[in-house]
Design a protein around this ligand. Structure first.
Ligand SMILES: Cc1cc2nc3c(=O)[nH]c(=O)nc-3n(C[C@H](O)[C@H](O)[C@H](O)COP(=O)(O)O)c2cc1C
Length: 213
């Protein structure tokens, strides 16, 4: 980066994160920040980067949408045959990352991932619009395909098979839930002296520490 670009240095001035303001439970802290992003109607406020790694340790990263969170963990939906599905089958450890630029906030969450139940996945699939159901059922996510018409034909064939628009939830499609063992909340501050706090799961409760920026 050239010296000239320093003229455009971004000033972080949105807010502060103080030890006394932190929720004791990181899920409550996450809720406060996600709710702020949703209330501000930020584009893709629920979008999160999901990082996985294969058995050789090669990392891989992609955006998915958060569809729910609770004491159990953080849930998203996908094709179990995808690259992330293969990574998670071999190595169930993963990390999530949210970035809400307008608030100068980042949240990192890591833990262990499990598939949710078939029934929960089927319920969520049934709640999706018909074209989303068809696309998910017709596509083998992350497998190579000759061209777009091949995909469109697969969707048309499935659509003809289910003229009432009710597609059964495919076995290979469903939810994952990441049960968190570590959170980090990052708040941009003036002069690059940002606020960072991590929560690390203990036998009882969470250890909270301030981290240097
Ligand atoms: C904004 C956005 C939201 C996305 N949401 C999802 C999602 O919820 N589930 C999903 O499987 N892929 C989603 N994708 C596509 C993934 O980023 C990715 O291309 C796909 O899951 C295949 O990744 P993989 O081969 O690493 O498994 C989304 C992409 C973007 C840009």
């Amino acid at each position: 980066m050239s010296q000239d670009q320093n003229h455009n240095r971004r000033e972080y001035a949105h807010g502060a994160l103080r030890r006394g303001d932190l929720a004791a439970d990181p899920l409550d802290q996450f809720k406060a920040w996600l709710d702020a992003a949703l209330e501000a109607q930020l584009t893709d406020a629920t979008a999160m980067a999901l990082a996985t790694a294969d058995p050789q340790g090669m990392p891989s990263n992609r955006i998915v949408l958060l569809k729910g969170y609770s004491d159990r963990g953080f849930t998203w939906f996908t094709d179990y045959r995808s690259l992330k599905g293969a990574d998670l089958a071999a190595n169930p450890q993963a990390a999530l990352l949210f970035y809400w630029r307008e608030f100068e906030r980042q949240v990192r969450i890591s833990g262990t991932v499990e598939k949710i139940s078939r029934a929960e996945s089927a319920d969520y699939f049934a709640s999706r619009p018909p074209d989303s159901q068809l696309a998910a059922a017709a596509s083998h996510q992350s497998a190579a395909v000759a061209d777009r018409p091949t995909l469109e034909q697969a969707v048309a064939k499935l659509s003809a098979q289910y003229p009432d628009g009710v597609v059964p939830a495919p076995q290979q499609w469903g939810g994952y839930c990441l049960s968190p063992t570590r959170f980090e909340f990052w708040q941009g501050r003036e002069g690059r002296l940002h606020d960072r706090f991590c929560y690390v799961a203990q036998d009882a409760g969470w250890l909270i520490e301030r981290l240097q920026p």
